[in-house]
Design a protein around this ligand. Sequence first.
Ligand code: NAD
Length: 392
Amino acid sequence: MIIKPKIRGFICTNAHPVGCAENVHRQVEFVKQQGAVADGPKNVLVVGCSTGYGLASRITAAFGSGAHTVGVCFEKEPSEKRTGTAGWYNTAAFHQEAEKAGLNYHSINGDAFSDEIKQETIDYIKQHMGKIDLVVYSLASPKRKDPESGEVYSSTLKPVGQAYTTKTYHTDKDEVHDISLEPANDDEIANTVKVMGGEDWERWIKQLHDAGVLAEGCQTTAYTYIGKKLTWPIYGHATIGRAKEDLDRAAAALRDQYSDIDLSAYVSSLKALVTQASSAIPVMPLYISLIYRVMKEEGTHEGCIEQIYRLFTEGLYQDNPTLDEAGRLYMNGYETNEKTQAKVEALWDQVTQENFHELADYAGYHQDFLRLFGFGFDNVDYEADVNPKVNW
Ligand code: NAD
């Protein structure tokens, strides 16, 4: 099959197996070049391990610290006629890289919100890992089935309190235009917290703890985006921000509840980057393409793997990490400092459909977007006939 990108709205509906393997390979090489994470983790669970920040976390744990990793993801398997999802191919490529390096690994494809998948994970840990010393919670999902009630909750990306009109960038149409978003009602806010808040993270830790598979001094982290003025109306102070506030509550509750094993639970505040999840959030693609330009000019731009490697070396495995005012591991200072934000705000005021390619890092944004799905790599032959049916 010759595989070319099929972009629909903010997503690409297919993926390229060879390109996805290249994406994983580059991240592995980056980590190997950086060197070992001092006193890094040895047995790691990554929930949401197949793309974006979770994939980078798995690669850093494995190749930066030699860790045995068990990953959970929710990806579509390929058939002879249809490609799998990028996360499917990324996971297959991760397995190959880990195999070559002599590392232990296992992946579970299924709904991480369910108790069945939690149990399957625990069974694997008991049989093959003993106890784990790091749990990374990196899920991004539009819905969640409550394992107790069976009810399915959907998240909403809306402002809270008042309607908001702003600019956004349409990835598919390559168009900058205004959007107006009505404020969320109370149910929409509560449902978003139910999907993206801390409840499922707590459920994972409780079940792992009850099963006796968390090591003494185990660490756990969930990821958040805090941002600044430009993104607050649609992120920080919006429905998704409410869910992220709930992660802060959960982190404190986890530390309190599992002091018997001296559990260290942190929310990690990461930078805005092109991922499948962020591409779906109105405003973020435009903001990201502008901040890319500013941060590349300042020499501070990082991708997922650079951020996560730093999170491990300067945050999780550092005695005195930098915390923000809410006690989160603070990794997005290069983005959210006042000087950098003033530059992006100035660009934001000027940007229009006509000058978008000139003011924003359109090329960088677009390349990163394509690469999420295994497209846009110079050293991959996209005219070649490839077998989409990759197994793991
Ligand atoms: P992503 O879309 O790249 O990754 C999501 C992961 O979750 C994938 O591995 C997917 O398979 C998995 N997943 C989704 N639903 C699942 C389910 N039901 N069961 C099992 N696995 C499931 O997203 P991302 O951008 O890497 O986001 C990860 C975390 O990082 C999120 O909490 C997000 O809010 C946070 N974050 C993202 C950014 C950003 O700019 N992208 C910035 C800061 C924080």
